[in-house]
Structure formats: C-alpha cells, structure tokens
Ligand binder design. Sequence first.
Ligand SMILES: NC(=O)c1ccc[n+]([C@@H]2O[C@H](COP(=O)([O-])OP(=O)(O)OC[C@H]3O[C@@H](n4cnc5c(N)ncnc54)[C@H](O)[C@@H]3O)[C@@H](O)[C@H]2O)c1
Length: 370
Amino acid sequence: MSKDDASSYSEVIVGVDALHALVVSIWQAAGSAPREATLVADHLVEASRSGHDSHGVGMIPRYIRACREGELKLNAHAQLVRDAGAVLTVEGGRGFGQVIAFEAMQHGIERAKQLGICAVGLRNAHHIGRIGHWAEQCARAGLVSFHFVNVAGDPLVAPFGGIDRRFGTNPFCAAFPREGRAPLVLDFATSAVAAGKVRVAFNKGIETPAGALIDVDGRPTRDPGALFSEGQHGALLAFGGAVAGHKGSGLAAMCEIFAGALSGGFTSRTETIVTSNAIVNCMLSVIIDPAAFDAPNKDKEADAFVDWLKATRRVEGVDEVLLPGEREEAIRRERTAKGIPVDLTSWTQIIDAARAAGMTDAAIAKFEAR
Ligand SMILES: NC(=O)c1ccc[n+]([C@@H]2O[C@H](COP(=O)([O-])OP(=O)(O)OC[C@H]3O[C@@H](n4cnc5c(N)ncnc54)[C@H](O)[C@@H]3O)[C@@H](O)[C@H]2O)c1
C-alpha cells in the first residue's frame, strides 16, 4: 500500500492481492469460515477493481455493524426451499449475500445446463452487492442471464410523478457471454444515481447532478442533504429524467415485484421498513443456455452488430462508443496494473472495522506495510 502523492494523501492505493488478503483476514477475524471470507473478498475486491467503489471494500464497515447487530448471519448457506424443475426458490436467511447469491447461481447454472433455462427466486439475502458479479458467474459457465433485484424495505426513490420514497435503488442486470471475449454486462441501479454517490457528495459538501434528487416537497434540488440530512425526507428520482423517468420508475417497480414478491421474500412498504444496518436483497434471476436455441449464427450476428454499432460517428470528446461492461473492463485493466485507490475516509473506516472484527494492530500493520 502507498499514499497517493498526486491527491495530497486523500486516497491510498492498494494492490489487488494485498487488498484481497486484508478482506479475507477481516472476515476470518470476525468469524467467517475460510471459504466465506474468500467469497466475500472475491466479490468486494472485484467490485472495487471494476470501478464500483460504492459496492466494493467500502461496504466492510456497514457489514461489520450489521454483523454485530446480529442482522448479517455469518457462515449461512443458500437453502433450496422449493425445487420445481426449471424454477427454484432459494432462502437466504440474511446470510452473507456474497455466499448466498454465489450458491443460488450455482444451483441455477446447473439446472439451466440440464433444462436450457432456469428461473431462480432468491429471497432474504444480506446485501448481494454488485449484481454484475452474479451475471459474470453465469457468463463464465457460458450462460445468458437477466437479474431483477429489490433492496427490500429500504425505499429511497420516488416513483415517476410522486414525491414520497417508494422503492429502493433496485438494480437490473443482463449479460451475454461471448466466445473468447469478455461478456456484455449491463448492470445499473434504476435510480438516477446510486445512493452511494449521493452519500459521497453529502460527505464532501458538494452538489449532486441536476435531475437526481427532489426535496421533501417534491421540488428539484441538488442538495444531497435531501437524502442524508437528519430529519430530511427528500428522495432520489428514477433514471430517465423529466422526459423518460416513467421508464426508470416502471423498471424499478417491476424489480420490486419480481424480486420481492415472486421469490417469496418481501416488498417495501411502511410495515417492512428495515431500520437496522442490514441491507436485504431479493433477486429474480433468469438463466438461459444459448445452446438450447436454434441459433448457430448467434456469435456472428452479435459480433457484426457490435462492429456496426462501434463504427458510428461520435460526438465531440468521445473516443469510443462503449458497450455494456466495457467501462468496467477498462477500469479493471488499469487498477490491476496500478492498484486500487481507496479514499482515505473509507480506508480509515475499513481499518477501524478490521479492529472491530478482532484483528490486532500487529496483524493490520502487516497489510499496511505491504
Ligand atoms: N445490491 C444492491 O442492493 C444494489 C443496489 C443498487 C445498485 N447496485 C449496484 O451498484 C452498481 C453501480 O450502479 P450504477 O447505477 O451506479 O452504475 P452506472 O451508472 O455506473 O452504470 C453501469 C452500467 O452502464 C455501463 N456504462 C457505463 N458507462 C458507459 C458508457 N459511457 N457507455 C456505455 N455504457 C456505459 C456499464 O458498463 C454498466 O453496464 C451496479 O453494479 C449495481 O448492481 C447494487
């Protein structure tokens, strides 16, 4: 680990392997079995390496708090509660989402390979993090997948035309594997910006982009305090803005229902608000074996389209038109070579969380010295 001189010590740069080893040590100190600690580290470091810092190692302090409250259950496993052939229902029991979703996808992948398709309803997992990770697990097995997720009981987003918070930042994800190339992975929160980005703006005392937030009376605002100030009850808007906000809002609502209701989990409403540090996710995943279609030209067709799309004329300042997943691929290449930047506030909180998990200062110092 080294201080980043260019940003006046505002961030540290940590090598991918060192960061992974630290995360494994934190969770083993907290009581995770080695496999769980490794799966959590795989996920969080990969999210950070992909540029999604809001879902990477910066989540550790929140997870430690949820763990100490007894809301995040260590060493739990995905329970297959209903097996209806091509439809599986999996109970997460508030276990580590990084383990529960991994195991749920393993079930779904195996079944999709047998039957051509499998829908997995996963309920009541603790935070399953960056959803692209689960789509990539399916893509590595050669499978296409779509994922609809709700952040159950944590409404931060107002529906189109509404003022009050009614659903979470409910992500949607879809992936298409490609022979010899990285899969296409579309993966986004259905809110105009991720809640984590508003929190960063709040902490820094800067404004959020226009069109992302409304205040308690439904007026547009750029003040992130509308979401995070004590006693404030403004809301995020769904993506799409004034012209197309009904599309983001509609997709978020379908995520809430597909994930929260179809899985046998729960949807957000007054009676189900989660007030602890837990983050509860439910997810409907549809996993498809492309080999089950009569489509011998699928790769050729997809590649030809991609080439044609990229050959478009570009607006000024744009070097390349990107496909879903390409931005993350580029950031991974850069961060693998140069290390992962972690802002100093998050780094301090992670080290505090390591102590709270039971790591000694001597054990922590070993990582800081690398
Ligand atoms: N588990 C949860 O409860 C939860 C909730 C919300 C979000 N999330 C996760 O948060 C992460 C961040 O979400 P977000 O909404 O901030 O993502 P984002 O706004 O960065 O959008 C990411 C998507 O857009 C694509 N993309 C980015 N820039 C592009 C460009 N210039 N051209 C073409 N495509 C481009 C990316 O490849 C990716 O598919 C996601 O991984 C999501 O799964 C998780």
